[in-house]
Write a protein that binds this ligand. Structure first.
Ligand code: HEM
Length: 386
């Protein structure tokens, strides 16, 4: 407990004290119990990482962020949940009462093993929902599977972790929890355990019967695309401009391969020079990391300020011309509708977290299969044998 209290001294002592008290009281009080519990659990998780000497440099800061995140989600949660379709927060209440605990436990193990896994699991949920809706189709094996689509091949990660989570769920409640819901919960937990906000996940999705490789190639946004092109892809699945900017904030964690941004480093758009919207020291660093003679598979961090921490530094970077992908930096280009949002998020973590949570819930609601549609796969990689 003293450890957690110490972090309160870092900035704005009084404000954080209030948040901390809210966390504690909510955790033990009768209302909004999940929220307080979630954030204390995240704190306990990080304390354990700390005691084992891992990721020490950002642990103090991350604890403060978690307290702040708890406050933010408390303000928005109930309102957001009323916008859902047929999905419900207590879908597995009697059929698999431990579902949230099981997924959280497995995600914690995975992240403890490799912090980047939080980013990889978050991205899996995004790549699932944008293709055929959130139906677990991204997880299906097969040569015509989405895993072989351009945005996913040699890039998608976390599939073995999904296998482990699914095995744990099948062990407790066989044939009950869908792979699509598994991804939704794992994405939420990954954000929380990286120091970001939490929210109540809506559940009850079923798994699709087909993968859609062409859909993945056409529907997932590319880092080389124009801003209008990216916005259109979000609009196509029922999301809006605010969602584009808020969800791009997911690039506050994780890595990208040189091939995804080396077009900006040497001969940008045939100009013979690097992209002028990339800061010059960053250009030099990345030119050294990603020479054109390479295969493009080396990786670097998406958020240079705070790699593993879910915070608003991604947006601060954009203000300083330090966005890694073209599709990141373009959000801050002149005469775009997105510039004002980037500015707002860069100076207001509370607003970023609130909009991010709203957008994640919206994304999780893209065309879910419910009722008797689809199936509950026993193995996320395969359709059940008939
Ligand atoms: C707005 C359009 C977006 C584009 C163009 C885009 C593109 C990319 C690219 C090119 C990478 C690196 C892939 C690689 O190097 O193999 C990446 C990584 C990542 N993306 Fe996005 N993305 C977008 C939106 C999103 C959204 C909406 C989310 C989640 C809500 C997300 C979460 C992530 C995460 C967490 C990573 C790091 C994954 C890891 O380290 O394993 N992205 N994205």
């Amino acid at each position: 407990m003293m450890d957690d209290m110490n972090c309160l001294c870092l900035s704005n002592f009084n404000y954080l004290i209030v948040i901390f008290i809210i966390c504690i009281s909510e955790s033990y009080g009768s209302s909004s119990k999940d929220f307080g519990h979630d954030h204390l659990l995240a704190l306990a998780f990080l304390r354990r990482l700390d005691s084992e000497g891992t990721q020490k440099e950002w642990l103090t800061d991350i604890r403060c962020k978690i307290l702040l995140a708890g406050f933010v989600c408390h303000l928005g949660n109930e309102l957001l949940l009323s916008t859902s379709s047929q999905l419900t927060v207590d879908f597995y209440k009697s059929s698999c009462p431990n579902v949230l605990r099981i997924v959280r436990g497995e995600v914690m193990i995975a992240i403890k093993n490799e912090m980047r896994m939080a980013a990889s699991l978050l991205r899996l949920h995004f790549h699932d929902c944008f293709v055929n809706g959130c139906d677990g189709s991204v997880l299906l094996d097969g040569s015509d599977g989405e895993k072989f689509a351009l945005p996913n091949i040699n890039s998608l990660r976390g599939l073995e972790v999904v296998d482990r989570i699914k095995a744990a769920l099948e062990n407790s409640c066989p044939g009950v929890v869908s792979c699509a819901d598994l991804l939704t919960i794992a994405a939420r937990d990954s954000v929380l355990l990286s120091g970001g906000p939490s929210w109540k996940v809506l559940l009850g999705r079923r798994d699709g019967l087909v993968a859609n490789k062409t859909g993945a190639d056409q529907g997932l946004p590319s880092p080389f695309e124009s801003l209008d092109g990216i916005i259109n892809k979000f609009v196509d699945v029922g999301l809006g401009v605010t969602d584009v900017v808020a969800l791009s904030g997911a690039h506050t964690i994780g890595l990208a391969r040189c091939a995804m941004f080396n077009n900006r480093l040497f001969n940008f758009s045939g100009s013979g020079s690097p992209d002028p919207t990339m800061e010059s020291a960053m250009v030099s660093d990345l030119q050294a990391l990603c020479p054109l003679t390479d295969d493009g598979n080396k990786t670097t961090v998406l958020d240079r300020n705070s790699t593993d921490l879910f915070d608003n530094h991604y947006f601060k970077n954009l203000l300083n011309r330090k966005g890694l992908l073209g599709s990141d930096q373009i959000l801050f280009s002149d005469s775009t509708t997105t510039k004002a949002l980037v500015q707002a998020y860069s100076s207001n973590t509370t607003l970023f977290f609130a909009d991010f949570v709203k957008a994640m819930i919206k994304m999780g609601n893209i065309s879910p299969l419910t009722g008797s549609a689809g199936q509950i796969r026993n193995n996320c990689r395969l359709l059940n044998s008939s």
